[in-house]
Design a protein around this ligand. Structure first.
Ligand code: 13P
Ligand code: 13P
Ligand code: MG
Ligand code: MG
Length: 370
């Protein structure tokens, strides 16, 4: 039996500002998904929140890009938007960029990560959800999980991981993709994915001839680039990812270890600043300080014939206290740069800018230096 797991998210209104999701929106989502489960469109679900993003995690047997499942997510976000409007939440309907559903939620504003695969005897799966950052924020941790022997000792010592993995990388500016093999093409691959604002890991696959089917992904990441969809800034993308673990894949502990270093990502205040990615518990997934720092939560499950057994709040653990402390120090260090790069993003990556207006005012005062 093949199971599909779909994680679809949207910011349909922040509470207050861009900090969190109001519980009433979670209630709407809970009600809609409960009904869909009763009607057997989906097998199981969990409603979660990461910062101001409402997260719908669903399992079903309809495959990826299923019209009915996407429409369910779209209609749920629509209904939550109505409640958000009534409560006058901040940016109600922020990510709902189309007026009507047109068959697939991709390109309509919400973000999605989906994968269909054959359930193994035991199927651990982790859902990662980030707020105040962009899809490229997943490049470093996904690279670490599936390609770095420093992070994943299984790549070195587990014969079923030793051949490495195949990466699907998207150029999100030109809407092209390339498949690359690790470790064979590692240096070339890093040339791309190190430039995380443009080249984004979309999926990771087992290789041919291994323990697992090579066409069923081990990881999938949302790559929806909101500002390119909308043609103007409507908020950072706040990506999500699904990662399967164990038995020929990185162990759950290797998957989580990839977040033990709070790397710098772009996003944070007004989507225009670099800051550390802080792994936190569900309860602490609120973006307060300078609307951040950017955060990630991890919900762990065992899949059982489509049933999502969980969630386990994976970063609710003192083992990540040191990472959080480091993130706090880095946040303080970066904040002290104020309006200066590299805290503020370079001009071409900024989502807001007053520069054209400033330049317009100064245009008659600029003189060639000679
Ligand atoms: P698997 O062989 O199931 O991946 O287990 C390895 C493990 O759990 C090491 O932490
Ligand atoms: P969100 O993308 O999470 O809505 O945040 C936008 C923002 O401007 C934060 O300061
Ligand atoms: Mg918001
Ligand atoms: Mg958000």
């Amino acid at each position: 039996m093949k199971t599909t797991v779909s994680l679809i998210k949207a910011d349909v209104g922040g509470f207050p500002g861009h900090v969190s999701v109001h519980p009433d929106l979670m209630d709407v989502a809970e009600k809609e998904l409960m009904r869909a489960k009763a009607e057997q469109l989906i097998i199981d679900y969990h409603v979660l929140r990461a910062g101001d993003d409402l997260q719908l995690l669903m399992s079903h047997s309809n495959g990826c890009d299923n019209k009915d499942v996407h429409e369910l997510a779209w209609n749920t976000f629509k209904k939550a938007t109505e409640v958000a409007k009534d409560l006058k939440l901040y940016g109600a309907g922020q990510d709902m960029l189309s007026d009507a559903f047109s068959g697939n939620i991709r390109g309509m504003g919400p973000g999605s990560a989906e994968m269909e695969f054959t359930e193994r005897k035991a199927e651990p799966i982790i859902a990662f959800m980030m707020d105040k950052t962009e899809p490229g924020a997943f490049n470093l941790p996904i690279y670490k999980m599936f390609a770095s022997p420093e992070n994943t000792s299984g790549l070195v010592i587990d014969p079923s991981c030793h051949n490495g993995f195949r990466f699907e990388i998207w150029d999100i500016m030109e809407h092209k993709r390339v498949f690359m093999n690790a470790p064979e093409e590692l240096y070339s691959m890093l040339a791309l994915i190190g430039a995380k604002s443009r080249y984004v890991i979309k999926r990771v696959f087992p290789k041919e001839g291994g323990k697992l089917p090579a066409n069923e992904p081990a990881a999938a990441i949302s790559t929806d680039k909101l500002y390119q969809i909308a043609g103007e800034y409507v908020g950072k993308d706040d990506p999500v990812a699904l990662v399967r673990g164990q038995s020929g894949l990185p162990a759950v502990g290797e998957i989580l270890e990839a977040f033990a270093f709070p790397h710098l990502v772009s996003g944070w205040m007004r989507g225009s600043h670099n800051g550390p990615l802080m792994p936190v518990s569900f309860e602490n997934a609120i973006c307060t300080r300078f609307d951040g720092p950017p955060r990630v939560i991890a919900a762990g499950f065992q899949l059982s014939n489509g049933r999502l057994v969980g969630p386990m709040d994976m970063f609710d653990d003192p083992a990540f206290d040191y990472t959080r402390r480091m993130a706090q120090e880095i946040a303080e260090y970066m904040r002290r740069h104020g309006a200066f790069e590299p805290h503020r993003l370079p001009l071409e990556d900024m989502e807001y800018t007053t520069l054209p207006g400033v330049m317009n005012k100064l245009k008659d005062r600029f003189r060639y230096i000679g």
